[in-house]
Ligand binder design. Sequence first.
Ligand SMILES: Cc1cc2nc3c(=O)[nH]c(=O)nc-3n(C[C@H](O)[C@H](O)[C@H](O)COP(=O)(O)OP(=O)(O)OC[C@H]3O[C@@H](n4cnc5c(N)ncnc54)[C@H](O)[C@@H]3O)c2cc1C
Length: 400
Amino acid sequence: MNIAVIGGGAAGFMAAITAKESKPEASVTIFEKTDKVLAKVKVSGGGRCNVTNATFSIAQLIKNYPRGGKQLKKSFNHFFTKDTVNWFESRGVPLKTEADKRMFPSTNSSQTIVDLLLNTAENLDIRISFKSKVSTIKPSEKGIELTINGEILVFYKVIIASGGSPKESELEWLKSLGYKIVKPVPSLFTFNMPKNPITALMGLSVPNVITSIKGSKLKQNGPLLITHWGMSGPAILKLSAWGAQDLAKLNYNFSLQLNWLGVNEEELRALFTTLTSSRKLMYKHNPLEIPKRLWHFMLNKLEITEHQIWNELSKKNKNRLINMLINDEFEVKGKTTFKEEFVSCGGIDLSEINMQTMESKKHKGIYFAGELLNIDGVTGGFNFQAAWTTGYLAGKNCVA
Ligand SMILES: Cc1cc2nc3c(=O)[nH]c(=O)nc-3n(C[C@H](O)[C@H](O)[C@H](O)COP(=O)(O)OP(=O)(O)OC[C@H]3O[C@@H](n4cnc5c(N)ncnc54)[C@H](O)[C@@H]3O)c2cc1C
C-alpha cells in the first residue's frame, strides 16, 4: 500500500501522519517541489503559528469561512478545533488561548509546531522527497500514475495537498484531469489609499468600526488600524476576505465606507443632543470612543477651529460631523497582501469532493486537502484548522 502525498505543508503532513498512524504497514512518501517543508507554518502567525481558534461550536466555526464553510460542516463533524487541540496536546505541545480566541503553542514559537510535525513524520518512517515536483497525475489500471521530475511512479492512493496559489496556471495540471476550478484570487489583504491625508495617522487603531463597500452589501466590524499605506486591522481583513471575489472584479478600486463608532445615527444624534448643550471646547472634550488624533483630524477636515464650543456648533457642522463619524468615505486604490496571513480564495471546486472523506468523486483513490481547495477562512487560525481537518480526513480515509 504505497501512498503519495503531494505537498509538504500543514495539510500534507497531517495527511501523511494520519495515514501512517492509521495503517503502519503503508508506505507513505511526501513529495515536495522545493527544498523546504512546512515553510508557511514556520512564518505563520508572525512566527508564533496561530494553530487554531478556540471556537468549539461547529455552527459558530463555519461562520468564519467566506468560502467552504457550509461544506466544511460535514468535515468538522469528524475532526474540528477540539480535535486539533487534543492532537497537539496529546503529543506534548500545549496550546494557549489569547483574548481574541486565537490559539498558539504555549512556547509562542512556530518552530515547536514544525518540530513536532517533522519528528512525528520521522518516527513513523514517512519518507520526504525534496525537490520533487509532481507535474501530471493520471489514474490507470495499475493505480495512480504521477510524473515526478520527468519520471513516472505508480501509487495505490494519492493525496493532493499542494497549497493555494493566486495563479490559475498553477492548477493547470489538475484542470487537465477534468476538475472544476474556481478562479483563484487573493484573500486577506489590506487597502491602499495612496496620498490620502488619513495615512498621516499611521499606527492609530480605532476599537470598533463598521466597514462597508459602497454599492454592495459587504459589511464587517471590529478594530481598524491606520497604516502608512492605507487601512488594515480585523475590520478591513474580514471585509477583504468576504469581498475577495467582488473586489478582484473591481480591480481593487472602490469606495470604502466607515462608521468610526459602530453606532447608528439615532444613537449618535441622541448623544449629540447632550453634547451640544455643553460649554466645553470641542477639541478638548471628546466623549466619543475615537482616539484624540483622529478626533482632531476630523475637526480639522471640517474646518472646525480649536475655539469651537460644543453648544455653539452650527446645525450644518453638526450634521457634517455626524455624517463623518458614521458615514465617512475613502477611495481605495489597490491592495497590499497582509504580511501576517495571506491566503488564496478559489481552487478545486468542492462539488468535486466527498467532504466526509476528501476523496475525489471523479477518481477513486485521489484525495484533496488544504488550501488548494476552494476553502478559505478569515484570520484567527481558521485556515490552519481547515488544513488540519481536510488533511486528517484524507489521511484517515485513504487507508480505510
Ligand atoms: C505569512 C503567512 C502567515 C500565515 N499565518 C497563518 C496563521 O497564523 N494561522 C492560520 O490559520 N493560517 C495562516 N496562514 C495561512 C496558512 O499558512 C495556509 O492556509 C496553510 O499553510 C495552507 O497549508 P497547505 O498545506 O494547504 O499549503 P502549503 O502550506 O502552501 O503547502 C503546500 C506545499 O506543496 C508544495 N507543492 C505545490 N505544488 C507542488 C507540486 N506540484 N509538487 C510537489 N509539491 C508541491 C509547496 O511547495 C508547498 O510546500 C498564513 C499564511 C501566510 C502566507
